[in-house]
Structures are given as C-alpha cells and as structure tokens.
Design a protein around this ligand. Structure first.
Ligand SMILES: Cc1cc2nc3c(=O)[nH]c(=O)nc-3n(C[C@H](O)[C@H](O)[C@H](O)COP(=O)(O)OP(=O)(O)OC[C@H]3O[C@@H](n4cnc5c(N)ncnc54)[C@H](O)[C@@H]3O)c2cc1C
Ligand SMILES: NC(=O)c1ccc[n+]([C@@H]2O[C@H](COP(=O)([O-])OP(=O)(O)OC[C@H]3O[C@@H](n4cnc5c(N)ncnc54)[C@H](OP(=O)(O)O)[C@@H]3O)[C@@H](O)[C@H]2O)c1
Length: 461
C-alpha cells in the first residue's frame, strides 16, 4: 500500500497505558503519514501510571509528560471511555484501521487457590492498589484496618508498595495523590505490624534494592528481620557472589543491615519473612490466621524451587493481601492463551495457533506477561512497530478509513467517548481539587463525576 497525507496508515491502539503511548510514539517516528486513534476503556489515560504506581512515587508519574507530547501530535485521536470488546468489537475496529495494536495490559490477578481465600478481609493487591489510587472499579471495596496485624503475600515491588502504604503515617501520605477516602480510612488504621511473606529466600525476592531501602527510612515504622531467614544454602551463596547480579547482593546487604536496626521509638513494624507458602486462611468467614508451610529451597543457582518441609506455622492477622502477580483477560474475537494469560504473539504479531492474524499486533504486558517497569514497554513497543513495518506491503487495507465513522458508530450506540481535550478538562479539575488539599491532584473516582466535569455538571460529592 502507498500511504499519503490523504490516506495515511491508519492504526488503532487498544489501551492507553505506557505500551499504548510508546507504540503511538514509535509510529510517529516513521517516515510515512500515519493516523493513530487510541481506545481506552476509562475516561482517564495512562493505565497503571495513574492507577498502579504508588501515590508516594510521584516522580515516576512524570513520564506522563512524554505521553502528553505524543497525544499532542495532530495525527493522534483519543477515544476514552470506550471498552473494546464491549462498545466496539475487534472485527469492527479492524474495518476502520489497517492495523490494530492491543496494549490493554493484564488487569486480573493470580490467586493462591487455598481455602479461605474468599473470606472477608482477604483481598488481592489489585483491589487494594486500585482502591487507594482512586480506580473507579474498586471504590466499593472495604478494607478492615481494625486489627493490629496485616499480612502481605508475595515479594515483588507491588507487594512492597502495598506494605509501604500500610506502614506510612497520614503525614507521609497526605502530600501524595492518594485518593482522599483512602487517606482518611488509613488515618484510622490500627495496624501496627505489616508482614511481607515470600515462598522463597531473600536472594529470590523480586523487589528491587531501592524499594527495600525505603522500608528502613519511614517516619514511624522500622524494619524487622529474623537473622535465621538470611541464612543461605549453597546455591544461594553462589547466587550472592554472582558478578552478573550486583543488585541481588545490594538487596541482601540492605536486609542484613535491618537486623541491627533499632526502633528509635517508632510505633509500626515492617516484618520480612521468607521460605513460607500459605496453605490456608483460617477464621469464621473472616481472616483470623494464616497457616504457612515452611519451605526449603532446592535446585541449581538461579533456578531454585521450593520444597515443603512438612512443618507449619500460623500467624494471627486481620487483613490478608495477596500480591503474587497479575494476569491478562481475553477480549472476544482476539486470540488468547489462558495458560499464559497473554495474547499469543511472535515479536508482537498476534498468532492463532501457529498462524499470524494479519493486521493484529500486541505490545506491553498483554504481549509478554505482567512484568517489567514502565521503560521496558518502550523497547517492547518498538519491536512490535518494527514487525508492523515489515508487514506493510502485505497488509490488507481497511474497508472504511474514516475516524469520523468510528465516532458516529459509537454515538449511535450511545457510547459517550471522551477526547483528549475532554480529558485535559478532567485533569485540570483534579489538579485544582488537589491544590485545595495541598496534594498534586485529587482524582475523581467515578466515571459519572469525570463526565460531569466535561458537561460542567456539579458533582454530587
Ligand atoms: C501496582 C503497580 C505499580 C507499579 N509501579 C511501577 C513503578 O513505580 N515504576 C515502574 O517503572 N513501573 C511500575 N509498574 C509497572 C508498570 O506500571 C507497567 O510496566 C506498565 O503499566 C505496563 O503497561 P501496559 O501499557 O502494558 O499496561 P497498563 O498500564 O495496564 O495499560 C493498559 C490500559 O488498557 C486499558 N484497557 C484494558 N482493557 C481494555 C479494553 N478492553 N478496551 C480499552 N482499553 C482497555 C486499561 O484501562 C489501561 O489503561 C507498576 C505496576 C503495578 C501493577
Ligand atoms: N517501584 C517500581 O519500580 C515498581 C513498583 C511496582 C511494580 N513494579 C513492576 O511491576 C511488575 C509486576 O510486579 P509484581 O510485584 O506484581 O510481580 P513480581 O515481581 O513478579 O512478584 C511476584 C511475587 O509473587 C510471588 N509468587 C508468584 N506466584 C506465587 C504463588 N503461587 N505463591 C506464592 N508466591 C507467589 C513471586 O515469588 P517467586 O519469585 O517465588 O515466584 C514474587 O515474590 C514487576 O516487573 C515490578 O518490578 C515496579
């Protein structure tokens, strides 16, 4: 196909997170005319940068400026508040675009599959993170902070975010963009001990040195670690001295320094525990204890797996938060691997079985699974765009190359789409609300209220 300013390459991007914006950015660097329309199920863009990144890590959110620059390109259109699969089908989308790039992230979570997991006050990190970050889906959730002990299962950076939010004082949190309702609920929290459990050992924990270091620097919380948990087997000793993994050693040194850390009058404890797998949540419909099996590690360095020892221990607690990773969800009409929780693909080209689905691509977490920091999605998106460019000659042009027709189709269906100018109105209103509270922003937590800003309607708060 030959593209021209009158008939540019038309690309739809599904999902306005980092992978979506990095894909758009890579497309705008091409030497051919391109039109990019981005579809996002929420009115607000930026995916987990807005609804995942911890509110006390504001600096990380500065990447939004890069995404806003991309959105400012005249060949970019935003269709917020449009859920692909529900408001517009995948095949319909393809009829308006020469290529569709799926960057819709991995919104579900992995579960342990143990008895008691559905008890009251047992939640996933996804719910808790969504709640404190003001995500509209999670605002009905209620978390019980009335007990003195909380247990977080998992030792990735998400688990660390969750633990840190529970350990911080209202003073530390009030200057962040945590949603006000969460701030007020956490200010009443009676939690004094926050456990972070991992099934493997200190060298296998996937949190990063920066995140563990922060736990030693909180205003009213100090870290506690049992020296026996830092004892290493032979394979772990080899891992510790691996010159290819200096960050593993750094993390271990930080944890070692926690052994001698004094409380200095601080009221809360952050307690790291290793080698424990939860086997049951005990209680009468509500969490009262977690039963763990104690593990040992077996296997070669960097490939160590857990083996139960047949010994068990129980911890009393009133809140259990499970943070063992995310998982993707299928969209009707798009190939999906339920086993891997991703859209199957080869270098970003969507596959059904062994066969490539022409015109369909994937990038970001839904392409490779739920791991990697924001920047990783840039290289990942560039790989996908490189595949798209290689395929240009063989792409079947779309039937109806017209973005106004997409808007009309959505309007006819009663789908209220939000463009980027509308979003900026919401954005500015949130910043203004934040100024009043001395916060970077105060988010609208319902779609109704976000749309209310665009309509100049008084919100019912
Ligand atoms: C809790 C948490 C904290 C994190 N903190 C950091 C951090 O501090 N620093 C860092 O570098 N990385 C952090 N990360 C990792 C980072 O957020 C991810 O690497 C990145 O967001 C993945 O980008 P993505 O675009 O693939 O997915 P997402 O960011 O999840 O974006 C996907 C978008 O698709 C939309 N969508 C979903 N379904 C549909 C649909 N059917 N139709 C239309 N739109 C849809 C979603 O609403 C969302 O906006 C964190 C991750 C989590 C989970
Ligand atoms: N500040 C930041 O930069 C930041 C903040 C948040 C998130 N992120 C990034 O976002 C990505 C996702 O983070 P994440 O924390 O969700 O994932 P993660 O880093 O993959 O951590 C998942 C944790 O869950 C454990 N786990 C998995 N399955 C389990 C099971 N069945 N039983 C018990 N434990 C289990 C893992 O242990 P095993 O190792 O034993 O499997 C691991 O400790 C990561 O790349 C992370 O770095 C970055």
């Amino acid at each position: 196909m030959i593209f021209s300013p009158q008939r540019p390459l038309r690309v739809a991007i599904v999902g306005a997170g980092p992978a979506g914006f990095y894909s758009a950015g890579a497309l705008f660097k091409l030497s051919i005319p391109v039109q990019v329309d981005m579809f996002e199920k929420l009115p607000a863009p930026f995916g987990l940068v807005r609804y995942g990144v911890a509110p006390d890590h504001q600096k990380i959110k500065e990447v939004i400026k890069v995404f806003e620059k991309t959105a400012g390109n005249p060949a970019f259109s935003y269709f917020g508040n449009v859920e692909v699969g529900r408001d517009i089908k995948v095949d319909q989308l393809r009829s308006f675009y020469d290529a569709v790039i799926f960057t819709y992230g991995t919104e579900a979570d992995k579960r342990l599959g143990i008895p008691g997991e559905n008890f009251k006050s047992s939640h996933t990190a996804t719910e808790f993170v969504g709640w404190y970050n003001g995500h509209p889906t999670f605002q009905e959730r209620q978390f019980d902070f009335s007990h003195e002990v909380a247990v977080v299962m998992g030792q990735g950076n998400v688990a660390m975010d969750v633990a840190r939010i529970l350990c911080q004082t209202p003073d530390e949190l009030k200057k962040t963009d945590i949603f006000q309702g969460a701030l007020e609920a956490l200010a009443q929290s009676k939690i004094k001990e926050v456990y972070l459990f991992g099934r493997r050992g200190p060298l296998q924990a996937s949190f990063t040195p920066e995140e563990i270091k922060e736990m030693g620097e909180l205003q009213d919380c100090y870290p506690v670690i049992d020296p026996r948990d830092l004892e290493l087997n032979e394979s772990s000793h080899i891992e510790l001295s691996d010159p290819m993994d200096p960050r593993g050693k750094k993390k271990y040194e930080i944890m070692k320094s926690f052994i001698s850390k004094e409380s200095k009058g601080k009221q809360k404890k952050f307690i790291l525990r290793f080698y424990r797998t939860p086997v049951a949540i005990l209680g009468l419909g509500k969490v009262s204890k977690i039963r763990f099996e104690i593990n040992k590690l077996v296997g070669r360095p960097h490939e160590q797996k857990v083996e139960g020892t047949g010994q068990f221990e129980e911890i009393s607690c009133g809140l259990f938060l499970c943070s063992i990773g995310y998982a993707g969800l299928p969209i009707e009409g798009l190939p999906f691997s339920s086993q891997r929780g991703i859209v199957p693909n080869e270098r970003g080209r969507v596959l059904t079985g062994e066969r490539i689905v022409p015109g369909f691509y994937a990038a970001g977490w839904i392409k490779r699974g739920p791991s990697g920091i924001i920047g990783v999605n840039k290289h990942d998106a560039e790989e996908t765009i490189a595949s798209l460019i290689e395929d240009l000659d063989s792409l079947t042009p779309c039937e109806n190359p017209n973005s106004d027709a997409v808007k009309k189709l959505l309007d006819d269906r009663g789908v209220r789409s939000v463009n980027f100018i509308d979003w900026k109105k919401i954005d500015l209103a949130e910043i203004a609300r934040g100024l009043y509270l001395s916060k970077p922003r105060e988010k609208f937590i319902t779609i109704h209220d976000m749309l209310g800003v665009i309509d100049n309607r008084a919100n019912d708060e």
